[in-house]
Design a protein. Structure first.
Length: 100
């Protein structure tokens, strides 16, 4: 036994199912960026990248505006480990709505 485990399989949806999931995530997040609260130029982003075994699941997706997505991706790492996204991720959507 060498202690090497097989790679976990990740959920990867076909394009139609992914588009439906993307709309579910936008609805869940109140059609707002989960970092700054913007309501325009929204994108659904993987918290854990597909290349790092992140799947196409609602738990692994977050709504970010193009500006916040650019800020997050320019810093590297996963969305759950970057500022300013974590304060919303861990505070929940209710905290976001309370600020507006």
């Amino acid at each position: 036994m060498n202690g090497i485990r097989p790679k976990d399989t990740r959920l990867r949806l076909d394009s139609i199912a992914y588009e439906n999931l993307r709309h579910q995530v936008l609805h869940r997040d109140g059609w707002r960026c989960q970092s700054c609260g913007a309501m325009s130029n929204l994108e659904v982003h993987h918290k854990q990248f597909r290349s790092q075994s992140g799947g196409d699941s609602e738990e692994n997706l977050i709504t970010l505006c193009a500006c916040c997505l650019e800020t997050c991706t320019s810093r590297g790492g996963t969305a759950s480990s970057r500022d300013p996204v974590p304060r919303i991720l861990f505070g929940g959507i209710r905290n976001l709505r309370a600020r507006f």
